[in-house]
Write a protein that binds this ligand. Structure first.
Ligand code: ZN
Length: 229
């Protein structure tokens, strides 16, 4: 039911994307980050369809371009990220990314480390996602340090769960101390050159979300509502 109302709100907000058009008119770079998890066998087609659409309509960034802030100002930029660690990535994701010539960031827990060379061999970037996917804000200081500092070494870190309760100043300090340059949440929104690099927005959308919702969401029509509720 919640999803139903959410979708209605997104559609209703379609005509109110003034901030989006203003930014694009002012040639300020806009970056969305798509957060995916598993791509199940019955979701492959949906994933391919959305990725092809993104490639036609958005500027799909490599992790390297994201890091170096090589953003387009004519089109919305998008970076693909995958969280946690799934066997289905090897069946359903890597071949499609390869075909579409897209490079992504894979935020993996340490449990998935033994498989990680298959991702890096394909040219993708690993990101830290803590050792054991605990809610970092609820850990004692020494445990927090261990969960972050012993995570995958990378420029990129994604807070486990990613919601507002998944990070605070202490967590962000640890992430900085461990050498990460970027911290990703799952709070939806545009990232731009002013966005705090440790509070980056991501859009957590399953591959099979309806296409019109996907397009409206990435265009920021849901961002306003997310702030209201
Ligand atoms: Zn996760």
């Amino acid at each position: 039911m919640r999803t139903f109302f959410r979708n209605i709100l997104i559609v209703l907000s379609y005509l109110t994307s003034i901030p989006f058009w203003t930014r694009l008119a002012l040639k300020k770079p806009l970056v969305r980050v798509w957060c995916l998890h598993e791509v199940k066998d019955n979701q492959v087609w949906y994933f391919l369809e959305k990725l092809s659409w993104l490639k036609k309509n958005y500027n799909v960034l490599t992790p390297e371009q994201f890091k170096n802030r090589q953003f387009s100002t004519d089109r919305i930029n998008v970076l693909l990220t995958f969280d946690d660690g799934y066997e289905s990535w090897f069946r359903n994701v890597l071949s499609i990314l390869n075909e579409e010539n897209v490079k992504a960031v894979f935020f993996i827990n340490n449990e998935f480390l033994s498989q990680s060379s298959k991702l890096t061999d394909a040219g993708h970037t690993l990101g830290g996602h803590s050792v054991s996917h605990e809610r970092l804000t609820q850990l004692p200081a020494d445990k927090l340090t261990a969960e972050v500092s012993q995570s995958v070494k990378s420029d990129f870190f994604a807070y486990p769960y990613g919601d507002k309760q998944s990070f605070n100043d202490a967590v962000i300090d640890e992430v900085k101390k461990a050498g990460y340059q970027y911290g990703f949440t799952i709070l939806p929104g545009f990232n731009n050159l002013d966005t705090n690099p440790y509070l980056l927005h991501r859009d957590s959308l399953d591959p099979n979300v309806p296409n019109f919702i996907f397009k409206l969401w990435l265009k920021g029509n849901y961002d306003l509502w997310k702030k209201l509720f």
